[in-house]
Write a protein that binds this ligand. Structure first.
Ligand SMILES: Nc1ncnc2c1ncn2[C@@H]1O[C@H](COP(=O)(O)OP(=O)(O)OP(=O)(O)O)[C@@H](O)[C@H]1O
Ligand SMILES: [Mg+2]
Length: 486
């Protein structure tokens, strides 16, 4: 990565020289006037401008006002003459990030610069996310720019052009219903027809059947009038059978017949009605396993999954989290007129680190709640729901192994999916900790056997445990067990 760029605007050469020397770790350019500064800023987009107020020609304050009117402008630190507090206050009011009164200490300069650059970095990051967001708008209401989501958009576009029957699989909250709607909306020949959704888990069998197929008067006790079923209503459009895995075997048999014959018969009716619908079904269950257990009909399963769309869990496409979070925040900030309008870097790290068992729905709800309750403009870790706000912290203190075994995720993937940590050494420590804890969990906490397993000397492993702060948990435990073994 390149160094942050700082533009120093000051007409006194000695003063520019002094500042440039104090800030030699940055990429410095210098300008002796506002005119020169404008030209440089337009070309090189500095991350920060150090602006002297007393300049020949246009003053620093003039330039500051110009910059403040421009949303893309970098933050400005105003440099004022000794004893001119009023100018300093005016500069802050006009939008300067901070000010420095001459003469200032080198350390003071460095600190102000560091803080201003951090603020600028956050702003840039948010700009980047917003730009990414525009690019990441997928199909329909779906968002996400990960490869996994792009493959889903492709599939949606392909199946939309046809009438093929689609089965959508994915954990709760991964967007199955959004995908179904997107397919419907992209089907030129069906989008003017109805999209009718039916939750097959919510009702007892007879009711589901009467909902799906309709009934004639007196078909069963309580069937007062005649009723059109959802298959009929969806004619020309799409029927979405949600949670299909929960359907009873009896209803499955009837559904299969409808799909094969492309006709429905209302309950208690005597003639069949032709239907013209696309069928999309969804489930968060493992239907193949249900088939093996004879809880789901194999013939129906194959009929439903002519094309299968598998939606990835959010934790398997973490690269989409920041953009989704930002999008939800913007939505709710606007809807509720909230003060909170950006996600701080630390809070974002926790969001990315968290495992999201409830997937995108959980993320959306977490952002809504946090944004409504947050006090400041920037969302902080403390604003997040407890389990999320501590996502990173728990990773540091507790064992990744335990976290992963609770969520039931694949073990090998877990050690490698340590949420990104900016610092390499930190990431390596997290890896070592997760790795060693896993091996220790497998050996029941026995350090001697764990050392053998990973090809280390017992003493080295013990030293490692000490370094990683894991001694209290394992060493004592181990000594007792080792003496049993030996
Ligand atoms: N890819 C996505 N982009 C934007 N929002 C999404 C995405 N996936 C899910 N959501 C959000 O999550 C909510 C839940 O999605 P949806 O109802 O489609 O999930 P589902 O897979 O049907 O879940 P369930 O199995 O619990 O019914 C949506 O209303 C939407 O706000
Ligand atoms: Mg759903």
């Amino acid at each position: 990565m390149s160094e942050p760029k700082i533009l120093i605007v000051d007409d006194e050469e000695a003063s520019r020289y002094g500042m440039a020397r104090a800030l030699k770790n940055y990429d410095i350019t210098e300008a002796a006037s506002v005119e020169a500064a404008r030209q440089i800023a337009a070309k090189s987009r500095p991350d920060l401008i150090l602006l002297d107020n007393n300049l020949p020609g246009a003053s620093g304050m003039d330039y500051l006002q110009e910059l403040s009117a421009n949303e893309d402008a970098p933050p400005v630190v105003m440099i004022t003459a000794h004893g001119s507090e009023r100018t300093a206050i005016a500069a802050i009011k006009a939008g300067a990030y901070d000010y420095l009164a001459k003469p200032f200490e080198v350390d003071e300069l460095r600190l102000v610069v560091k803080n201003a650059l951090e603020a600028s970095g956050l702003r840039r990051e948010n700009e980047r996310l917003r730009a990414e967001l525009k690019a990441a708008r997928g199909v329909g209401d779906l968002l996400g720019a990960s490869d996994a989501m792009r493959r889903i958009y492709d599939l949606i576009n392909k199946v939309a052009a046809t009438d093929v029957t689609v089965l959508i699989r994915g954990e709760s909250g991964t967007g199955k219903e959004l995908v179904a709607r997107a397919i419907h909306e992209r089907s030129a020949h069906r989008r003017d027809g109805a999209f009718i959704a039916m939750n097959c888990a919510a009702l007892p069998s007879e009711l589901i059947e009467s909902e799906l197929f309709g009934h004639e008067r007196g078909a069963f006790t309580g069937a007062a009038g005649q009723r059109k079923g959802k298959f009929e209503s969806a004619s020309g459009g799409t029927i979405f059978l949600d949670e299909i895995g929960d359907m009873s075997l009896n209803t499955q048999a009837k559904l299969l017949r409808v799909l094969e014959e492309r006709k429905v018969e209302r309950l208690g009716g005597s003639h069949s009605i032709p239907i013209d619908v696309r069928v999309i079904s969804a489930t968060n269950r493992d239907l193949a396993a249900a088939v093996a257990e004879e809880k789901f009909r194999a013939d129906l399963y194959y009929r439903l999954r002519v094309v299968q769309i598998d939606l990835p869990a959010l934790r398997d496409r973490r690269e989409d989290i920041s953009m989704l979070a930002e999008n939800f925040l913007q939505t709710y900030a606007k809807r509720y007129q909230l003060k909170c309008s950006e996600i701080g870097a630390e809070a974002m790290k926790r969001l990315v680190a968290y495992d999201w068992p409830g997937n995108v729905r959980e993320l959306r709800n977490a952002i809504e709640r946090s944004a409504v309750l947050a006090d400041g403009k920037t969302l902080r870790p403390d604003d997040l729901p407890e389990e999320i706000g501590s996502a990173q912290a728990s990773l540091k203190s507790a064992s990744t192994f335990q976290r992963s075994s609770q969520t039931g995720a694949g073990e090998a993937a877990d050690v490698l999916s340590i949420p990104y940590l900016a610092d390499f050494r930190e990431a390596r420590r997290e890896f070592e900790r997760a790795y060693i804890e896993r091996v220790l969990a497998e050996t029941g906490g026995n350090v001697t056997r764990a050392a053998e397993r990973v090809g280390m000397h017992r003493q080295s492993l013990q030293q490692k445990l000490k370094d990683l702060g894991l001694t209290r948990r394992y060493v004592l435990n181990d000594e007792a067990q080792d003496s049993d073994d030996e």
